[in-house]
Design a protein around this ligand. Structure first.
Ligand SMILES: Nc1ncnc2c1ncn2[C@@H]1O[C@H](COP(=O)(O)OP(=O)(O)OP(=O)(O)O)[C@@H](O)[C@H]1O
Ligand SMILES: [Mg+2]
Length: 251
């Protein structure tokens, strides 16, 4: 059975804003997957649905056979431990050192303080940041801070990394550096799902690419490059027209 299954998933915000429409795909353990598409097509929404930061409207999401929609509130934190999350609205706390930032993530996942030091230094080592453990975020470069966020995502030994635009603030070499780190982690068996805007990076990495247009999954290709559909306004218009047509028929 695949590690992740999206089975006809639809997400509607506030009863009217259709964000994802009938999205189905599955991901095997150890895959590396890009999510691409223009701004607002639903990339972050897919990642947030997966880690149960938001709930689906219709359909089903299974992770290791567990139905994310049927979890009780008290089961959600345990479920979330499957994931290491990098996303823009989860930055470093500026008044804590790198070490303390990662310690907080470990503690909130329920790990004991006793074993934490070794784990934190190991995670920092994996991203080449062990020597900066006592630095404050403001003392780091943008690229270094991004690596700390990756270390924080890794420290709980998650089976799946969800990285939402991990290269958004990074320029050429630094963005490439981040992709290489994600690739390395993936080679050790961790499933990696990355949303990405950069055609250049997606083309070089040559991984599986899921392309979204207007909340619809329009292509799913292995060892692929940046799909031209992701930027195709005609495709976008076609989907909107189909949707309007369907709505008219319903009325
Ligand atoms: N909490 C929310 N409430 C209402 N609408 C939301 C919410 N979160 C996202 N949306 C809407 O869902 C749509 C998809 O948003 P999402 O953040 O998934 O897009 P995205 O593909 O990640 O875009 P970007 O590339 O800009 O990050 C947008 O139209 C957005 O306004
Ligand atoms: Mg997004």
């Amino acid at each position: 059975m695949p590690q992740i299954v999206f089975d006809h998933v639809t997400k509607i915000f506030d009863d009217e804003d259709l964000v994802l429409e009938d999205v189905s795909f599955s991901v095997e353990k150890g895959e590396f997957v890009f999510l691409i598409g223009r701004s607002g097509v639903g990339k972050s929404s897919i990642l947030k649905l997966l880690s149960r930061q938001t709930e689906i409207t219709e359909g089903k999401i299974l992770v290791d056979g567990v139905d994310a929609g049927s979890l009780r509130a008290r089961e959600v934190p345990f479920f979330r431990r499957k994931f290491g999350i990098m996303q823009a609205d989860m930055g470093c706390l500026q008044d804590r050192t790198v070490y303390e930032n990662i310690l907080l993530a470990l503690r909130s996942s329920g790990y004991s303080r006793r074993k934490s030091r070794g784990k934190i230094l190991e995670a920092l080592g994996r991203v080449g940041m062990a020597s900066k453990a006592e630095f404050y975020p403001r003392e780091l470069s943008v690229g270094e801070e991004a690596r700390v966020l990756l270390a924080r995502a890794l420290v709980t030994d998650p089976q799946i990394i969800l990285a939402d635009e991990p290269t958004a603030n990074l320029d050429g070499d630094r963005a490439w550096d981040m992709m290489c780190l994600l690739d390395e982690i993936n080679r050790k068996g961790v499933t990696v799902i990355v949303s990405c805007h950069s055609p250049e990076l997606v083309n070089i990495m040559h991984k599986r690419v899921l392309t979204l247009v207007e909340g619809v999954l329009v292509s799913d290709r292995k060892r692929a490059g940046y799909s031209s559909k992701a930027l195709d306004i005609y495709e976008e218009r076609r989907i909107r027209q189909l949707r309007e047509e369907k709505n008219r028929q319903k009325k």
